[in-house]
Design a protein around this ligand. Structure first.
Ligand SMILES: Cc1cc2nc3c(=O)[nH]c(=O)nc-3n(C[C@H](O)[C@H](O)[C@H](O)COP(=O)(O)O)c2cc1C
Length: 205
């Protein structure tokens, strides 16, 4: 079984990628095959709104990396989307990917029944992570995926997300920022919980 993660950050290998890799490491430890695609490193052209996908499950754009990504989505058993928060929303890279997925949604939900999960990272403590998380999870649901939550399997506590932040604490009137998400222990733990839950649901399949 294969778990595919897509990173929408315009900074490959940074906080959002770190979070996705924590989830994937958990899944890999249970013997599942994993892959992370950095969307920023792919050529994905803008949807032209030609509406071909309303008539046939096809896209009129074929000369970029989206056909390859769609093949990987179709071959995956679970799909994890990660996006940084840009102005309270998903990154523009993630949105371009979302729009281009219409050809596997309109005529037929080709990803129907797969496992889905999402995570977000933002600079501020309340920087729009929850809204962005909802947008990603709603997109997965639109495609017919079963969204897995990051509830802690040991305590049953669901902290939302995973929703990462650079905010650390207040030093008097000054905000102290974390170096990166590896210092955000709650987020690291929540990513681990998400990986465990994805593994559990995949094993039930
Ligand atoms: C265009 C842009 C818009 C952003 N908007 C927000 C925002 O609305 N709220 C927030 O908390 N951080 C915002 N940020 C900060 C990023 O969410 C933050 O740096 C995040 O860690 C980036 O993830 P990455 O390390 O995976 O690239 C923005 C960054 C950029 C580049």
């Amino acid at each position: 079984m294969k778990v595919l993660a897509l990173n929408g950050s315009h900074r490959p290998g940074q906080n959002t990628a770190t979070m996705l890799n924590i989830v994937l490491d958990e899944v890999k430890a249970e013997g599942f095959e994993t892959e992370l695609i950095e969307l920023y490193e792919q050529e994905i052209k803008l949807c032209t709104s030609c509406n071909k996908c309303l008539m046939k499950p096809e896209c009129s754009i074929t000369d970029d990396d989206m056909p390859m990504i769609i093949n990987k989505l179709l071959a995956a058993d679970a799909i994890i989307l990660g996006s940084p928060v840009y102005f309270g929303n998903v990154s523009s890279m993630m949105k371009i990917f979302i729009d281009r997925s219409r050809s596997i949604h309109m005529c037929k939900n080709a990803l129907d029944g797969k496992i889905g999960a999402a995570l977000t990272h933002a600079g501020l403590r309340n920087g729009g992570q929850e809204m962005t998380q909802m947008i990603l999870e709603r997109f997965l649901q639109c495609h017919g995926l079963r969204v897995v939550e990051a509830r802690d399997p040991e305590t049953g506590i669901f902290n939302g997300g995973p929703l990462g932040t650079m905010f650390d604490s207040m030093d008097g009137k000054k905000v102290k920022w974390k170096k990166d998400v590896s210092e955000d222990m709650l987020t690291v733990k929540t990513c681990t919980s998400l990986g465990k839950n994805i593994t559990r649901v995949l094993k039930q399949k």
